[in-house]
Write a protein that binds this ligand. Structure first.
Ligand SMILES: *[C@@H]1O[C@H](CO)[C@@H](O)[C@H](O)[C@H]1NC(C)=O
Ligand SMILES: *[C@@H]1O[C@H](CO)[C@@H](O)[C@H](O)[C@H]1NC(C)=O
Ligand SMILES: *[C@@H]1O[C@H](CO)[C@@H](O)[C@H](O)[C@H]1NC(C)=O
Length: 344
């Protein structure tokens, strides 16, 4: 279920069991300076705990996360970590609260068409006005709904020139059964299926996000601010095809976000040795590019703007493993607004 990279597990091993190492590190972490750092962090996060027990327990977790952050940031990697809002959570807690994609493990479509035309060297759909501001799923495993909605907002704007923020809550509340399960997880492809079957989706403001499972308000199902004609799968493990589709519209992808490097990500290009490929989180690829010779996917997440690069993460692109970094090329899909697109 939970996978962490080998490097991370080595680090956890060191933190938990290698007391000698800890002693030698202790010099750079006086308990006063760590407490000060923790207090500053609590203040910055506007957090307070209800008991001293919890304060102490969270302090232990914070300290071990911060040591991991400092260690990683000292390694001259192309990405940096930080003690963000998830810094007082163990990786297990983080995974159980925030990850909600269940891999169907059966998307094995192969490309059966040729790639035509030239693909731009870089793409950022934000610049073309096809991306709504970063949203926050809160403590609810509804990433799959956010991923699907962001892809739909994208193609809607590209075809109609109207950027409309659409409702995740409608999907969380109303697309139940058949595999999707609100805050307990779901699939982007099933969300597309639901939206298509329903004839469309209403706006964010008409059916606002609650961050918990609610009762479907059936009177809103007929409010169609936008609609789709279906969805398609990107050929599995084909970053070239993924790039072609992303050049045309934002695409829903699943990634393995279960590692500490994803939890505590701050900026830069996250690269492949730092995540696994057990798919557990739905996000949306809204572009791609190259930074200091390192190719990346530009990914919209749904954990608020106080995570990553103002809510975005860049993930290494074009690696040798065809699954892509964090498994990003394994189960990609996108909504269609045309009857016939790409391979018909
Ligand atoms: C945190 O809450 C406790 C009571 O539970 C209170 O005494 C303390 O002043 C609070 N600290 C901050 C920084 O708000
Ligand atoms: C490609 O796949 C579509 C289904 O997505 C199918 O209808 C079509 O016949 C296939 N074309 C070739 C050349 O295999
Ligand atoms: C459902 O939506 C309608 C407006 O479309 C609103 O009047 C009604 O109060 C809502 N019902 C619930 C249970 O929230």
């Amino acid at each position: 279920m939970k996978t962490i990279s080998r490097l991370e597990s080595v680090w956890i091993f060191l933190v938990r069991f290698c007391f000698v190492c800890m002693m030698s590190r202790a010099s750079s972490y006086s308990s006063e300076s760590m407490i000060r750092r923790y207090d500053n962090w609590l203040e910055q996060q506007g957090k307070n705990y209800t008991s001293t027990d919890e304060w102490e327990m969270r302090f232990g977790i914070y300290q071990s996360n911060v040591q991991f952050v400092d260690y990683m940031n000292s390694q001259n990697l192309p990405f940096r970590l930080t003690d963000n809002k998830f810094a007082d959570l163990t990786n297990e807690e983080f995974n159980s609260i925030y990850l909600g994609y269940r891999s169907p493990g059966r998307l094995t479509q192969r490309r059966n068409f040729t790639l035509e035309g030239s693909i731009p060297a870089s793409m950022d759909w934000r610049r073309k006005g096809a991306v709504t501001p970063i949203k926050d799923q809160g403590k609810c495993g509804s990433c799959w709904a956010f991923s699907a909605v962001a892809a739909m907002e994208g193609i809607t704007q590209i075809r109609t020139k109207k950027l409309i923020s659409l409702s995740e809550q409608e999907i969380v509340d109303c697309d139940v059964g058949g595999g999707n399960n609100g805050c307990n997880g779901g699939f982007m492809t099933k969300a597309f299926k639901y939206i298509h079957k329903n004839g469309g989706l209403t706006t964010e403001s008409d059916y606002p996000y609650l961050g918990r499972n609610g009762v479907c308000n059936k009177s809103k199902l007929e409010h169609h601010a936008a609609s789709i004609t279906g969805y398609k799968l990107v050929s599995a493990n084909d970053e070239t095809e993924l790039q072609l589709i992303v050049a045309n519209q934002p695409v829903s992808v699943a990634v393995d976000a279960s590692g500490y490097s994803f939890q505590l990500y701050s900026e830069g290009v996250l690269f492949s040795s730092y995540c696994g490929k057990t798919l557990n989180h739905g996000v949306t690829v809204i572009g791609y590019g190259k930074d200091k010779g390192r190719k990346y996917w530009l990914v919209k997440n749904s954990w608020g703007t106080d995570w990553g690069e103002d809510g975005y993460i860049r993930i290494e692109r074009g690696i040798r493993d065809p699954s892509g970094t964090c498994g990003i090329a394994m189960e990609a899909s996108f909504p269609t607004l045309d009857r016939c697109l790409y391979n018909c």
